[in-house]
Design a protein around this ligand. Structure first.
Ligand SMILES: [Zn+2]
Length: 610
């Protein structure tokens, strides 16, 4: 089932885009008593790069869950550690016993039939090739490996706090990505991933009482049963203690599975859409929420497909497991003992990642704001619709978190690698909140309709690829006709802030003169609303000169005057209106509050306060 999903080759215009491909065939056997597993992996690596490769790297993520690992030491040295990973202020990794740690190690490895030398450096396996993989060629790697599933500390693991037996993410030897920037063999320290697109064929043998959910289409449903069988099919009782589940997943860049003997498995086929699968523990106190979650999941699937682009796979699974919420190909792991609103909220966020990470696979370690921020943006819109919240500004929470980040003094540029933030809290506010504001505010800059058109075109042009910040910006430029380099640069590569203000309003030749000032370094176009004492109102728009374009009137029912451009370097800007000073009831800069102005007090002018 290769390449059925509309991946249109490797050429991307004159940018010289290419991407590698890996096709995995894996057979693994899990011992559910010891949490040990063994596997055989055949990996066909196709080098579409212009370069000849003499090394490759595998991620061996489970080695992070050992005392003394980089993840452990980072946990012990950061001042605001993830609460899930510490107990009484101490690293939970440091306290793992030998039978509780995670590990993943190769037992043998060959390239095209010849043994290769390798070195396991923590969570990264460095492989010196027997012979180079020249540009355009393929090599086949065969690895036998063994692993142990750690007690759940972060994302994956055994026996999560809600009693799910196996949350199997980051569990297999995973080829690191080599792209136009070179290798990305990041050690697993805290967060964020980057993977190679390809096809997966995975067979999992384990205790037959366990139900598996996750990435991939089950190939032998009528043999397995467990809720996968066609309605009315009689399943033959398996001989022996185990079942072998055979999954295939075309064009994905990760493969997750979870298993538990007490999973309830519901399915919900959608018209013109995928079949939704739900896996959750058979606990009376959560059943109602998990049943009610199902129509909301269908609504969210429709919302994202209509607003971003059609979901291309035939299946999406919401699986109870993990330690909060984490996105995977065709699936998510979420904790399930929550209020209904929280359960819907986490499902929506993780499902939105199907678009912003599992279809638009940005390198989220380098551009975490594109992954978490864009996901948060579309989730806020989706929550507003699906939960009927009717918030006038669904992004308000994100703006407030961004303002808190600025005033904390702990902000680092969004271009910081996800592992290199001094504070976890600053990472969170930067990636999620400031990332969400990036898009919400881009809607202010270019107009909301143009923003949504941009997202749709961006999806269409870059799905099944690894888009970069510039790809999003160029798409926005093409849709709007504006120049937006200043926006991308200031917002994501610096900590410059926006602060415009109303400096003075005075009587002038029977009319009024208004002086604005630019206090912050970051440029912005300005919307101004003036309300008069007779109840009428009008708006003014000052385009930013360097953006070489103007948005459409966002306040369609209120008349708008487009004023001359504001060249950024000028600290003040003066304009006149015909109405006299006494007629003015209020002047407001950006009444939408979508411009992230860090000082809101100077955005409103009222005559009686002067
Ligand atoms: Zn997320």
């Amino acid at each position: 089932m290769a390449m059925v999903l509309g991946f249109h080759g490797y050429s991307q215009g004159n940018t010289g885009y290419w991407q590698q491909e890996v096709d995995y065939t894996m057979k693994v056997a899990m011992d559910v008593e010891t949490y040990r597993y063994t596997g055989d992996q055949t990996l066909v690596y196709t080098n579409n790069s212009p370069d000849d490769l003499t090394r490759v790297y595998y991620h061996m993520y489970f080695n992070a869950f050992q005392p003394g690992s980089e993840m452990d030491i980072r946990l012990q040295s950061i001042s605001d550690p993830d609460k899930r990973m510490v107990v009484d202020g101490k690293s939970r990794i440091a306290a793992l016993a030998p039978n509780e740690i995670g590990f993943l190690k190769p037992l043998s490895l060959t390239q095209d039939g010849k043994a290769v030398s390798y070195n396991l450096e923590g969570t990264v396996l460095v492989v010196s090739l027997d012979h180079p993989i020249v540009s355009g060629a393929s090599s086949t790697f065969v690895m036998s490996f063994e692993g142990q599933v750690p007690l759940q500390i972060r994302r994956s693991g055994r026996d999560n706090k809600e009693g799910v037996a196996l949350s199997m993410s980051q569990w297999y030897p995973k080829m690191a990505e080599y792209d136009f920037e070179g290798w990305h063999a990041d050690p697993y320290i805290a967060r964020e991933f980057h993977g190679v697109w390809g096809n997966f064929d995975v067979s999992i043998t384990l205790d037959k009482r366990y139900t598996i959910g996750g990435t991939g289409y089950l190939q032998n449903p009528d043999e397995i049963g467990h809720g996968y069988e066609a309605p009315g099919t009689k399943i033959k009782k398996a001989k022996g203690k185990t079942l072998t589940w055979h999954f295939k997943a075309p064009m994905v860049h990760d493969f997750m599975w979870a298993a538990d003997p007490d999973y309830v498995h519901d399915t919900l086929p959608l018209e013109n859409g995928p079949t939704l699968h739900f896996f959750y523990k058979n606990k009376p106190e959560i059943l109602e929420n998990w049943k009610n979650l199902q129509p909301k999941t269908a609504e969210a699937m429709r919302f994202f497909s209509e607003n971003i682009g059609p979901y291309p796979y035939k299946q999406y699974s919401v699986v109870q497991g993990g330690d909060g919420g984490m996105e995977y190909a065709m699936s998510t792991l979420i904790t399930g003992e929550r209020t209904f609103a929280s359960l819907v909220g986490v499902m929506i966020h993780e499902m939105a990642h199907s678009w912003f990470q599992h279809l638009l696979a940005t390198n989220e370690a380098k551009h975490e704001w594109m992954d978490e921020g864009f996901t948060s943006f579309i989730s806020s819109l989706c929550m507003n619709a699906v939960m009927n919240q009717q918030k006038p500004n669904p992004f308000e929470g994100a703006y407030n978190s961004y303002y808190a980040l600025v005033s904390s003094g702990k902000e680092q540029p969004q271009a910081t690698h996800a592992d290199r933030y001094e504070y976890n809290s600053a990472y969170g506010n930067s990636a999620y909140s400031k990332g969400e504001v990036f898009l919400a505010q881009l809607g202010y800059v270019m107009g909301q309709d143009k923003l949504m058109t941009t997202l749709q075109k961006y999806f269409e042009d870059f799905k099944f690829k690894h888009p970069t910040p510039n790809d999003l910006k160029r798409t926005a430029e093409k849709v709007s006709g504006m120049e937006l380099d200043w926006y991308l640069t200031d917002w994501t590569q610096t900590t410059n802030t926006i602060d415009y203000g109303i400096k003075a309003v005075s009587e002038k030749d029977g009319g009024s003169e208004i002086v604005l000032d630019r206090i912050g370094l970051m440029p912005m176009p300005i919307d101004i609303l003036i309300v008069y004492n007779d109840g009428t109102q009008e708006t003014f728009y000052i385009p930013l000169q360097m953006m070489r374009g103007e948005k459409e009137n966002p306040y369609g029912n209120v008349s708008r005057t487009v004023l001359p451009d504001w060249p950024w370097a000028f600290p003040t800007y003066t304009f006149k209106i015909d109405k006299s000073f006494e007629n003015i009831k209020a002047i407001v800069l950006d009444p939408s509050q979508l411009m992230a102005d860090i000082q809101i007090e100077n955005n409103v002018w009222l005559p009686n306060e002067q």
